[in-house]
Design a protein around this ligand. Structure first.
Ligand SMILES: [Zn+2]
Length: 46
């Protein structure tokens, strides 16, 4: 999986995770997760 914020490879064991529209997204850090949670529609295509 790729961190949608910074593009880094992250595993499904990452503790930074969000669910948006029924899909799970994983992040490398708390700050990437925060950016995503603020405006997920900016970072997700479709
Ligand atoms: Zn990241």
């Amino acid at each position: 999986m790729k961190d949608p914020i910074c593009g880094m490879e992250v595993g499904k064991d990452s503790k930074f995770k969000s669910n948006y529209k029924g899909k799970d997204y994983y992040f490398c850090s708390a700050s990437c997760k925060q950016s995503f949670d603020k405006s997920p529609e900016k970072h997700v295509k479709g």
